[in-house]
Structure formats: structure tokens, C-alpha cells
Design a protein around this ligand. Structure first.
Ligand code: TYM
Length: 332
């Protein structure tokens, strides 16, 4: 059976981008694969998260995994730092990561532009830590959104180099995965870039958002004066609203507004109210379950403990094999 692995950084609440881009597949894939889903708290340290916030956010992401339907009986759910073997593999893989390629990584370049020389080394080697996450369980498939594509490519390179150097096929070469389709990029509500946790949450829909918050955010989404000619190409901010509608509304609702756009009768106000209504129905079951689980911390902690135990068992096996391959175990 193939192994699946993915994770989310505990830097805020899960939003629709996280869900549609990655987490929806966590739930689907747990039926047919051996799955590991984790909370990437080591990764969150690269942006210097305060301790109390990190603790709360990690627990929160775990709650949200459970709320969307990740089942601890089917998948192993754990917090990254509970599996210190990952840090050891990270050290080994650093020997196979080239400074030049790390510096070329787009996410690194963006941060470097903003922070310059004081950028920490953890950010530079972020893709190596990701590779360690994936390779520690010898994963084959990694359900992620489009923004993680380049990181996955780097994992493949590190794994290949390791295999080549030690003349082994030990690590499978993992693939980014979205149900056999292209990786997804869910747009932000402000018409600029992808939906993300930043921007005070104004342009992201969180799974825990209530009806009022959803309506307010969708109403504030950028639109234009409307099409002036039939069948006009949609500008990006309008395309984004249609994208979200395609994701959460009925096909017939989408068709109705698409036709209205094409014959220039569209009223964006009506479309937004409809989208907000459908969005609320879409996230409501998650919201309700999140609130329920928030009051059952004992259960959530138990899931984390059991998950850590299972994840460590798998990780320890890999680390032992890797130490053998590298030649580090000679005195044992
Ligand atoms: P993170 O926490 O930024 O996001 C978690 C997952 O959500 C996806 N995602 C999106 N997909 C589509 N549209 C969007 N607007 C959108 N925003 C976020 C991300 O692609 C991701 O799949 N580095 C990772 C966490 C990580 C990881 C790993 C993932 C650490 N180690 C190993 C997979 C395997 C991150 O920061 O994701």
C-alpha cells in the first residue's frame, strides 16, 4: 500500500485554500492509503512564532483536521516536534541540498527581498525540513496546493541524490498530488494572489467563520462595473468569485450567474449574497464540529499522543536504516 503524507503550518486557522488545495484530499486518501498528517510546528518557528500562540495554533490545527473528517483510526495524526527523528533526518538531508538551489527557491527569494541579510538560516533550509517530513515515512504521494510544487520538486532532488550517493533505492521519489488533477490555487477575495492566513483574515474564508463573517467578507470582495459586451473575458477578481462559486455552489447556480455575466445582466450584489449563502452551508458542518471539539481537549490530546507514538515507530525505523546506509551505526 502506498504511503501519503502532508502537513499544515500552525500559523493560524485553516482557510478554504488549505481545505480545497490540500486537506480535502487528506480525508479522501485515508480510505485507500497509509496516511500520515501532521502539524508542522518546527516550520512555524522559521517565522518566530511566540510559544503560547504556537501551542494554541498547533492544537487548533489538530482540531480542524478532526473536524473536516480526518479519522485517527485510519490516518496517523501527529505534531511534528513530537517526532524528533525528523530533525535528525533534516540534518542528514542538509548534506544533499545545494546552497544555490535553496537560494533560488521562490518562497525564499520573496522573504529574502523583504528581510535581507538578517533572514534566518531556517528559512533557507525550509525545503530540506519539508523533505525530511516526507521521507521520514518514505511517502509516495503528498497532497498539497500549487504553492508547494517547488518544495516537492526539491524533495525529489534530495531523495534522488541520497539514493544515488549511497547506491540504494531506499527512498521512494514522492509526488505532489491532487487526485490526478493539477494542483489547486484558491484565490484570495481581494483579487490579489492566493488565499492566505495573512491580511488579518479579511480576504480568506476560514472553516470556522460564521454566517455574518462570511457575508461581510464576500460583500467586500472586489468587483468592477460589470461587463460592457456579451461574452467578455472575466477580469481576475471576477474570475475569482466565479471560481469560489464553482467550488461551493450547485452547478446550476454557477451556470445561472455565468450566463448572466455573458449576457451582461449580472448583478454582482445578488451573486455575492448567493455565494455567501452557499459558502455558509459548505463550511457550517466544519464550524460546528470545530466548536464541539474545542470543548473536548482531553480527546484531542489523546489523539496527538497516540499519533506521535505511531509516527515515531515509523520514523525510528527509517532513521535506523538511514544511519546504517550512511555508516553511522558501527558501534551499535
Ligand atoms: P501551509 O500551512 O501554508 O498550507 C497548508 C496546505 O494548504 C495549501 N494551501 C493552498 N492550496 C490552494 N490554494 C491556496 N490558496 C492555498 N493556501 C495554502 C498548501 O499548498 C498546503 O498544502 N510548507 C507547508 C507545510 C509542510 C508540508 C510538509 C506540506 C511542511 N512540511 C510536508 C506537505 C509535506 C506549508 O507551509 O503549508
Amino acid at each position: 500500500m502506498e504511503t501519503v503524507l502532508s502537513g499544515v503550518r500552525p500559523t493560524g486557522k485553516l482557510h478554504l485554500g488549505n481545505y480545497l488545495g490540500a486537506a480535502i484530499n487528506f480525508v479522501k486518501m485515508q480510505e485507500n492509503y497509509k496516511c500520515f498528517y501532521f502539524i508542522a510546528d518546527y516550520h512555524a518557528l522559521t517565522t518566530h512564532t511566540k510559544a503560547a500562540m504556537l501551542r494554541d495554533s498547533s492544537l487548533n490545527v489538530l482540531i480542524e483536521y478532526l473536524a473536516i473528517g480526518v479519522d485517527p483510526e485510519k490516518a496517523t495524526i501527529y505534531i511534528q516536534s513530537h517526532v524528533p527523528e525528523i530533525a535528525e533526518l533534516y540534518l542528514f538531508l542538509n548534506m544533499f541540498a545545494y546552497k544555490g538551489e535553496l537560494e533560488k527557491c521562490v518562497t525564499f527569494k520573496e522573504k529574502a527581498r523583504k528581510e535581507g541579510q538578517t533572514l534566518n538560516a531556517g528559512l533557507l533550509t525550509y525545503p530540506v525540513l519539508m523533505a525530511a517530513d516526507i521521507l521520514i515515512h518514505k511517502a509516495h504521494k503528498v497532497p498539497v496546493g500549487d504553492d508547494q510544487m517547488q518544495h516537492l520538486e526539491m524533495t525529489r532532488n534530495f531523495a534522488q541524490r541520497f539514493n544515488h550517493y549511497y547506491e540504494t533505492e531506499y527512498f521512494p521519489i514522492p509526488q505532489a498530488f491532487n487526485n490526478g488533477e493539477e494542483l489547486l490555487r484558491v484565490p484570495s477575495l481581494d483579487g490579489m494572489g492566493k488565499m492566505s492566513k495573512s491580511d488579518d483574515g479579511k480576504s480568506a474564508i476560514f472553516l470556522v467563520d460564521d454566517e455574518v463573517a462570511i457575508l461581510k467578507k464576500i460583500k467586500a470582495a472586489k468587483t468592477d462595473g460589470g461587463p460592457s459586451m456579451p461574452n467578455q473575458i472575466k477580469p481576475i477578481e471576477i474570475e475569482n468569485i466565479f471560481f469560489l462559486m464553482k467550488m461551493v455552489s450547485d452547478e446550476s447556480t454557477y451556470q445561472f450567474f455565468d450566463e448572466a455575466y455573458n449576457n451582461c445582466s449580472i448583478r454582482y450584489g445578488d451573486m455575492k449574497v448567493q455565494l455567501a449563502k452557499d459558502m455558509n452551508l459548505y463550511v457550517k458542518p466544519f464550524r460546528e464540529r470545530i466548536l464541539e471539539l474545542q470543548s473536548d481537549e482531553a480527546y484531542v490530546r489523546k489523539v496527538a499522543r497516540n499519533g506521535a507514538e505511531k509516527a515515531r515507530e515509523s520514523a525510528q525505523k527509517t532513521i535506523k536504516d538511514v544511519r546504517d546506509l550512511i555508516g553511522l551505526n558501527s558501534l551499535h
